[in-house]
Design a protein around this ligand. Structure first.
Ligand SMILES: Nc1nc2c(ncn2[C@@H]2O[C@H](COP(=O)(O)OP(=O)(O)OP(=O)(O)O)[C@@H](O)[C@H]2O)c(=O)[nH]1
Ligand SMILES: [Mg+2]
Length: 321
């Protein structure tokens, strides 16, 4: 990719949760192509995306995979060429979905294989959720198998755990918990897209971004708002939805969106805590000013973190093959 060409990003939402996330992304408004991929025809019709692709017409007859991971995988195989064709020629492929059902847990790994084969140089980033424990052992088993295969086939896999969300916000109705998670997923997608596409006072170059994501394994993201940048960063660390200590990260990226009154010193001092307090080897930070914003916000992303829960779920978060 030559220096002065903007990297091409495409966002793919797979399955029910992935498609709902694309709808939310549409409401927020982003300027990148989105592709909705689902086995459920009725649901897919409600999704606002640049392209919508029903997968597995033979395998699932447009009715969903019914929590069957093998069906999800076969459905993706049936139409994977269509999905790939809709992507154009991307430099970054972001795939999102909720693990636990069959479509995303079985379909995303299959899609990743194809993306890896067709777009060898493109970054593969996955953003997935782990189901609530109360959803049952079958869903957790699908999530376990899906996550294992996804980590192996993607560059960076950012994981949010539904259980931790409930722990943080307390006992609320499941539908609201999902909505809450939806907004976190959308903020993360929007943040990643902004970092790559929007001009900033202090920008994170694509080369920096690439080095933080390429060939990594487990990733985490947190969002925070505060009176000062440092407070926003502290809140971002607190708000992560994975039981991973930031100290275990190999690299981190802090993306600040702030009112024009913010100073470079304030921003750089906050970034320094990542190196000094959390002892992270590679840290990149970016700063974008936004008129009308009242308080600074921070998106913190870290790569190669260690999570006891995820490790006990899938064995190792290193790539197995
Ligand atoms: N945040 C959020 N999570 C959801 C939503 N819908 C489902 N989930 C979560 O995602 C997991 C997978 O559900 P679906 O997305 O429906 O699964 P699927 O990939 O469509 O697979 P099948 O329905 O089995 O074909 C569930 O176990 C929930 O934990 C949603 O709208 N928002
Ligand atoms: Mg579904």
């Amino acid at each position: 990719m030559s220096e002065d060409v903007e990297p091409g990003i495409v966002v793919v939402g797979v399955g029910g949760c992935g498609c709902n996330t694309l709808n939310r992304l549409y409401e927020v408004g982003v300027d990148v192509p989105t592709i909705a991929v689902h086995t459920e025809a009725v649901h897919l019709k409600t999704v606002k995306a640049s392209a919508s692709i029903l997968i597995g017409r033979t395998t699932t007859e447009g009715r969903g995979s019914g929590g069957n991971l093998m069906k999800g995988q076969m459905a993706m195989s049936e139409n994977v060429d269509e999905v790939i064709a809709a992507m154009g020629s991307p430099n970054v492929v972001i795939i999102t979905g909720g693990l636990g059902g069959g479509t995303a847990s079985g379909g995303i790994p299959r899609l990743l294989e194809e993306v890896r084969a067709r777009f060898t140089d493109a970054l593969r980033i996955c953003l997935v959720t782990i189901p609530f424990t109360f959803e049952g052992v079958n869903r957790m088993e699908n999530a376990r198998m899906g996550l294992r295969a996804i980590i192996d086939r993607s560059d960076l896999t950012i994981v949010n755990m539904n259980d931790l969300l409930l722990k943080k916000i307390g006992d609320i109705q499941v539908q609201y918990a999902f909505k809450f998670m939806d907004s976190i997923l959308v903020n993360t997608l929007k943040g990643l897209i902004d970092i790559i596409t929007k001009p900033a006072v202090v920008s994170i170059s694509f080369a920096d971004f690439h080095s933080l994501v390429k060939d990594m394994n487990l990733g985490m993201v947190g969002h925070g708002v505060g009176r000062r940048v440092k407070e926003a960063l502290d809140n971002a660390v607190k708000n992560k939805l994975i039981d991973a200590d930031l100290e275990t990260a190999e690299g981190a990226l802090m993306y600040i969106t702030a009112p024009p009154t913010v100073t470079l010193q304030e921003a750089s001092e906050a970034a320094r805590t990542l190196t000094e307090q959390y002892r992270i080897g590679r840290v990149f930070w970016g700063l974008r000013m936004e008129e009308g914003l009242e308080r600074p916000t921070v998106m913190l992303a870290a790569s190669n973190v260690t999570s006891p829960t995820i490790t006990s779920l899938i064995g190792t978060t290193e790539k197995i093959f």
